[in-house]
Design a protein around this ligand. Structure first.
Ligand code: T3D
Length: 259
């Protein structure tokens, strides 16, 4: 019998869903799961029919971060971060389509920061986020040191990172760390509705919006204005822009197709 997939890919129209599938270990990342995830992300990026990606976990957790038992990942922690978590975080940020983390349960360590690196986080009311790193004498990784202060400010970022306290989803929404927390029973349907909505939008412009927002926080105001002009010039040549304007003028729904 073939081994069960550690990352399950399903497709509903233009929406691809990837499900971490190690529920007994709270979907913590092993080297094997990382390999399957990378393959699945590349496949979604390369498939022109995919216009939105949803990532979630099987069972009661989203992802408990690095599997602390994985012999393939023990030893040189720095090398693991450099060779695996850095490319993973950058892969998410370079996806040509919007990426939604559907956080169905606890997200800890790199599992939490992986979710924060996605474009939108939809979380079940019962889900929680834990910067578990301090408990094992590490710093936040998978982009956490960059993402947390930008999302919630230095005081809250440091508080979360130092204490490693569990942050309930509703509180995460209240402080601006995630997009929405919703009733557990509504999570799948509301996330799918959001994903289908995004898939019908001009996804190339959405991916450009993510890129420019991220770059703009690191450059001067004047440089950000120039960057806006350059990216707008490129998008202005696109079929989606022509279609969007035509649809507005003709009072009809736009049909976007650029990626
Ligand atoms: O190389 C490197 O390490 C560098 C990379 C670092 C990135 C990181 O992510 S570091 C942070 C790693 N993650 C953690 O430290 C979180 C560890 N897990 C927990 O703190 C707790 O499991 C949770 C708070 C997430 C959930 O607690 P609870 O009580 O709901 O569940 P549990 O009983 O602790 O876990 C259930 C099972 O999952 C359990 O297995 P068992 O006893 O039923 O056989 C537990 O060992 C397993 N599990 C949970 N998290 C991990 C894990 N197994 C391996 N690695 C885990 N991270």
């Amino acid at each position: 019998m073939a081994d069960e997939a550690l990352v399950i890919a399903t497709t509903t129209g233009p929406v691809r869903t990837l499900t971490f599938n190690r529920p007994a270990a709270l979907n913590s990342f092993t080297a094997a799961m990382h390999r399957e995830l990378r393959t699945a992300l590349d496949a979604a990026a390369d498939d022109g029919a995919v216009r939105c990606l949803v990532i979630t976990g099987a069972g009661r957790a989203f992802c408990a971060g690095q599997d602390l038992n994985d012999p393939e990942m023990s030893g040189d922690v720095g090398a693991v971060v450099e060779r695996i978590y850095k490319p993973l975080a950058l892969r998410i940020r370079s996806m040509p389509v919007p990426v939604i983390a559907m956080v169905n349960g606890v997200a800890a360590g790199a599992g939490a920061n992986f979710a924060f690196g996605c474009d939108l986080v939809m979380a079940a009311r019962s889900a929680s986020f834990i910067q578990a790193f301090s408990k094992i004498a590490l710093i936040p990784d998978c982009g956490g040191t960059w993402l947390l202060p930008r999302l919630v400010g230095r005081a809250r970022a440091l508080g979360l990172a130092i204490t490693g306290d569990k942050l309930p989803a509703e509180e995460a929404e209240r402080i601006g760390l995630i997009w929405r927390s919703v009733d557990d029973a509504a999570l799948a349907d509301q996330t799918q509705a959001l994903a289908q909505r995004l898939a019908a939008m001009p996804v190339k412009a959405i991916a450009a919006t993510r890129r420019v927002l991220d770059e703009a926080v690191m450059i001067s105001y004047a440089d950000a204005l120039s960057l806006e002009a350059r990216v707008q010039a490129e998008l202005g040549q696109g079929g989606d822009f022509r279609e969007g304007v035509a649809a507005f003028l003709e009072k009809r729904s736009a049909k976007f197709s650029d990626r």
